[in-house]
Design a protein around this ligand. Structure first.
Ligand code: HEC
Ligand code: HEC
Length: 245
């Protein structure tokens, strides 16, 4: 089990860096003048490259220390599920994180060319992740009473559906992320950061749409999103499925 030992080593490093690399966090606010998805060298290049799955699998050893071997992340929201996310979105987010256009001090070190390789590695690992089915058991929100669920549904239909789709499936061509099937606590954090202007690569239109949300509305809408049914074809057959792809 060579890769297990490797993963543990990486995790230890991760813990070390997550406390020391906060210098990378420059606290800068999202700049409204920045045009969303204006592209960048790595993003544009990675989208065009022909992926090498073998190398993607190798790169994944580094990523799986946090996102787990199955790419399902963790229910406590610390690590997002990557399985099921559109390749365009994964490429954009990775390129943004590497370029410090999205602050991620925990992961930053592990995303760099020195660690995983150049732009080809982005294309490779993303193509590998695309093969992995989603968890059938993601973290869901706390509210199950019909009244709050109905409120969440109304908020979703008024404010989100036009971009994230009826089932939270997003839109690969437009770089709109899939949010259905993602862990409640992770999407809660991201939503909050986007609302507050703290996630700098956020979409201005989305920020505009949600900036007046109250805390209660925020919980209701994300609670609803977390309870959207995921297309069963995208899911792993059981929680015991093991990724040896
Ligand atoms: C040290 C832990 C760690 C490692 C290693 C790591 N990540 Fe992450 N990653 C995170 C954390 C934490 C987040 C969420 C950060 C946040 O809340 O904004 C994240 C977020 C992401 C996102 C954004 C997901 C989204 O929904 O927008 C992508 C894509 C991603 N990671 C891919 C990778 C890939 C590919 C690798 C391997 C090259 C990797 N990560 C390695 C910790 C890690
Ligand atoms: C105008 C289109 C638009 C609207 C409206 C919109 N979003 Fe988004 N949303 C986006 C885009 C684009 C991103 C990705 C931004 C980026 O590139 O980092 C995003 C990102 C997110 C994320 C982070 C996903 C991740 O994996 O990190 C969440 C959560 C989210 N949106 C939830 C919502 C909810 C809930 C609503 C409604 C209350 C909403 N959005 C309305 C376009 C939109």
């Amino acid at each position: 089990m060579k890769s297990k030992t490797f993963n543990i080593t990486i995790t230890l490093f991760a813990l070390l860096f997550s406390t020391t690399s906060s210098a990378e966090w420059n606290g800068a606010k999202w700049n409204e003048a920045n045009k969303w998805n204006s592209g960048g060298e790595e993003q544009d290049k990675a989208l065009l490259l022909k992926p090498d799955i073998e190398n993607g699998r190798k790169v994944w050893e580094t990523c799986s220390a946090c996102h787990l071997q199955e790419a399902w992340g963790t229910k406590n929201g610390e690590y997002p599920q990557l399985a099921g996310q559109h390749s365009t979105v994964l490429i954009k987010q990775l390129a943004d994180i590497r370029a410090l256009n999205r602050d991620n001090p925990t992961m930053y070190q592990f995303s760099l060319p020195e660690t995983i390789g150049g732009v080809q590695a982005i294309a490779d690992v993303v193509a590998y992740i695309q093969r992995i089915p989603m968890t059938p058991d993601h973290g869901i929100g706390p509210r199950k009473d019909p009244e709050n669920l109905e409120k969440g549904k109304e908020l979703y239909e008024e404010n989100c559906i036009m971009c994230h789709g009826e089932h939270g499936e997003g839109d690969a061509k437009k770089f709109y992320p899939r949010i259905g099937g993602q862990h409640y606590k992770y999407i809660m954090r991201q939503f909050d950061w986007i609302r507050l202007g703290k996630r700098r690569n956020a979409n201005e239109e989305m920020h505009e749409q949600i900036k007046r949300f109250t805390r209660n509305e925020e919980i209701n809408v994300i609670n609803y999103v977390s309870r959207l049914k995921v297309n069963p074809k995208l899911l792993a057959p059981s929680v015991f499925w093991h990724n040896d792809l």
